[in-house]
Each structure stands twice: as structure tokens, then as C-alpha cells.
Design a protein around this ligand. Sequence first.
Ligand code: IPM
Ligand code: MG
Length: 347
Amino acid sequence: MSDSTVPKIVLLPGDGIGPEIAAAVVEVLERLGDFEFDTRLMGGCSIDESGVALTDEVLEACKASDAVLLGAVGGPKWDTTDPDAPRPEQGLLGLRAGMGLFANLRPVRPVPALADASPLREEIIRGTDLLVVRELTGGIYFGKRGRDGDTAYDTCEYSVAEVERIARVGFAAARRGVTSVDKANVLESSRLWRETVNRVHQEEFPNVILDHLLVDNAAMQLVAEPSKFDVILTENLFGDILSDEAAMITGSIGLLPSASLGEDGLPGLFEPVHGSAPDIAGQGIANPFAMFLSAAMMLRHGLSMPDQASALESSVDRAVADGIRTRDLGGQATTAEATEAVLTRLD
Ligand code: IPM
Ligand code: MG
């Protein structure tokens, strides 16, 4: 945490549409309060500049901030299967590990006005209000990997302590209950996961309803009956996959924010769930709503400004309800028009 009373936000616009939605969110935040923005390179843009996706200097700036707000990283320019070439995603993974961001929160709440944008029928998605709590610094993403002759391997490891701390986040966030998702019928790491989640439940959160689902079954239930889920608590890779699947319940990944949090008091990282959309970059038509909602999560979880967070969320909701739609939502609004619509509703 920085000492000054003006919150210090490290802004990482990133690649593709990242800089466009980052500019839009600065406009919106400036309407809500005083913030100091420190804009830095991370992702493909950083590779172009310095050969690595995340420099030590940028990581240190992020650690010394009050919160980090990220646009999106990646693009075809840096796509490669060469194991030695730098990749934009390494910047994101480096931030997660370097800042200790073990808890990733991805709320999924369909906007009634957009019910027709979901590929699922309205009666299936009605009433859905769930939160994916994804473990973010362990598992196969960070296990030993390599190549051995013509073989390649990645390993999935979890310690009891890693499962305990994410389980606590999941139980604490529950309103109705927690569904812990694993593959305990096959994987040893999943058996440790399930055993540990059960123990934390019994010892610390006995009043929360807990059930367990195998990940294949969870993937099916998520589209069959999404409204029955409250918190989905899961490990890194399963959470990556299930959160994209859950995004389609809303019909647009362009509306989903996320928060990545570490230990209490340390800065978190806030970013839209969507990617850098290189195909529409630079055209001024990117949907800034998920970025605005990510900024709202930052205000609530990172900067203790819950009133400003609610005001921003409700302005986005009302803009969408009033028919302000970017192309991905089936409309014609530009980034500037969508931003203006939210600013007008904030005032
Ligand atoms: C996400 C993304 C990342 C992940 C990629 C970009 C490394 O898909 O945040 O879900 O797999 O975690
Ligand atoms: Mg993903």
C-alpha cells in the first residue's frame, strides 16, 4: 500500500483493445474520485519494448500500488509454440505469482435486458447469480514442466495450505452454498483438494451448505441448470475453463469483470475476463463495460469505496437496460458512446 491518501493505481493497458478500454475507464474513474494513475507496459507491448512480458520494475510498481487495473494482453503477433520465445501471458502469470494473487473471483450475473444474447434459453438462465472462486497461483499452471526427448509434461501439485486459503475465500463468499469442483475420481491432487475442503468446512464454516461435483459433471450442470449454483470453488485449470463456460450464460464475455486477490491488505489486480480482441483493436468499437465493472470490483475489494462501486455498477446496468449496445452485444455503439452513456448516468 502507498501512504498517500489518493489511491495509487497502476494501469496496465496491455495489447489489442486494452489501451482503448483503459482510456475509457480512466475517464469514468476520474468522475468518481481522485486517483493517481501510473501507466506501465505489460504483455506483448512490453515484449516489443524490452524483450520480456513483465519487467522487475513493473512488478515492483504493482506491488507498491494500492491496486492494479489491467486491460488485456496477447495477440497473434506474439503467438508461438517455441518454448524459449517470450509470450504476453507470461506477464500475467508473473504478476499473479509475484503479487501472490491466489484468489480469482469471477461473478456471473446475466443482465435481464440481454437475455436474448445468451445462447441458452431465457428460462434456463433466469435467476442465475453465481461466483467462480478460482485458485490462481497453483496447480498445473505453476507445476514442473518440460520436454524430455519427444515427450512434454506439465504437473499439477497442490499443498494443503494452498487449498485451505482458497477454500476460506470460497466459504466466506457464499450466500447459499459452495460447490467444490474437482476430479477426485482420477487425480490425487483432487483427492487432497476434496479432503481439505471438507475439513475447512467442518472446522470453520459448518453452516455453509457444501457439495462436491466432478468437473465433467459440473461443466454439464452449469449449462443445464446454472441458477442452482452460488459459489463454484475450484482449482486453477478447471476454474479457467468453467469461467469461460459460465461467461456464455450472460451471452457476452464483454460484461464480465474479475478480481484477483492476495492476502488481506495487499494490492489486488482487476481485469475484464475477455481477451485483447486483436481483430477489432484500434477501431474504437470495443465494449468497455467489463472494464468498468472490473473497476467497480477494484473500488469495492481493493480501495474500500463501496458506494462508488455500486454507483458505477448501476450506471452500467442502466446503460445496458436503456439499449446502449456495442457490436458484441448486437448494437452499434462505439467505445466512446458506451463510455459517455455511463458517464451521463453517473452524474
Ligand atoms: C484467464 C486467461 C489466462 C489463464 C491466460 C491468458 C494465461 O485465460 O485469465 O482466464 O489461463 O489464466
Ligand atoms: Mg481463461
